[in-house]
Design a protein around this ligand. Structure first.
Ligand SMILES: Nc1nc2c(ncn2[C@@H]2O[C@H](COP(=O)(O)OP(=O)(O)O)[C@@H](O)[C@H]2O)c(=O)[nH]1
Ligand SMILES: [Mg+2]
Length: 282
């Protein structure tokens, strides 16, 4: 894998987060619910450890409901609340009430003194492509935060007043320092790192392998192909290429085109609601 996992600006980003932590009551971490392990930066557990955290399992529209339940159980505790979420369909009330629930002891401390806590203040963190900008844009109803499919689009820090109960502080995207083969693959499958980790044909072969481990019927049902138990991923690509007419002159399979179709349809959810990680395997 020839990807730069720890760029120089990472250290600066961490220092920036630590400084801004003093300004907030808690943190909101945006996670891609298709890859709840791979889309979390383990460094957050160190640098955010003194703050409670609302874990937004974003892209709920793309992830497997039965696995979502298992992930919720794994991550919910006194200091962590979990909210499954689709940032494309914002739900201010759900975010505010989960936040108030997580912070109820802190809010009560103010009430016991006859004081009003005022707005809860939270810092948004999350790895690139988890949906931070989409989350902030859609919940605040503004288009002021740039969204994009490329890592590092989010640059500025700013307060976003969602309503009188909740104010958000944006942070720059933080990259993940761990270099694990499966993490890199999962991030590439979901489009978090563009197809620079390996060529798209190899990536698509790996995705076929993974999807077949999860459920053989995913590809069979979508592409109406007939496969036996020990078929190779490459043969599956050939079958899909023939079904879809992804052919070069002379009838050769256009592997690059087939790879594009499979990756694109997985990322858009056309292959179904698929979660690539099971908490039991982590
Ligand atoms: N299907 C779906 N796509 C989402 C959701 N949230 C974000 N996206 C898409 O994910 C991509 C990355 O989002 P972005 O907000 O730029 O991520 P950021 O790098 O964390 O700021 C964009 O193409 C978004 O449209 C969601 O809940 N569901
Ligand atoms: Mg962004």
């Amino acid at each position: 894998m020839n990807i730069n996992w720890y760029p120089g600006h990472m250290k600066k980003t961490i220092e920036d987060i630590e400084k801004k932590l003093k300004l907030v009551d808690f943190c909101i971490e945006i996670i891609d619910s298709r890859i709840p392990y791979s889309s979390r930066n383990p460094i957050f557990d160190d640098i955010l450890k003194n703050k409670k955290r609302l874990l937004i399992f974003n892209k709920e529209d793309l992830s497997d409901p039965s696995l979502n339940k298992k992930w919720r159980d794994k991550y919910t505790d006194h200091d962590h609340a979990v909210l499954f979420y689709n940032a494309l369909r914002p739900n201010v009330n759900a975010v505010v009430s989960k936040s108030e629930d997580l912070m109820k002891e802190e809010i009560q401390k103010f009430e016991q003194k006859g004081l009003n806590k005022g707005p809860l203040k939270a810092m948004i963190v999350g790895i690139p492509n988890s949906g931070k900008s989409t989350f902030i844009n859609s919940i605040s109803g503004t288009k002021s935060t740039k969204t994009g499919n490329r890592p590092g689009v989010t640059k500025t820090n700013q307060w976003i007043r969602i309503n009188p109960k909740l104010h958000l502080l944006d942070t720059p995207g933080v990259l993940w320092p761990k270099l694990e083969e499966n993490v890199g693959l999962n991030l590439a499958f979901t489009g978090a790192i563009k197809d620079e980790i390996m060529d798209t044909e190899t990536l698509a072969l790996k995705l076929i392998e993974r999807l077949n481990q999860i459920d053989k019927n995913i590809l069979i049902n979508r592409y109406k192909i007939e496969v036996d138990d020990n078929i190779e991923p490459l043969e599956i690509m050939e079958l899909i290429g023939k079904k879809r007419g992804a052919l070069l002159r002379g009838g050769l399979i256009d592997y690059s085109k087939v790879a594009g179709i499979i990756l694109d349809e997985f990322r858009k959810g056309t292959l179904g609601k698929i979660t690539l990680e099971d908490p039991d395997d982590i």
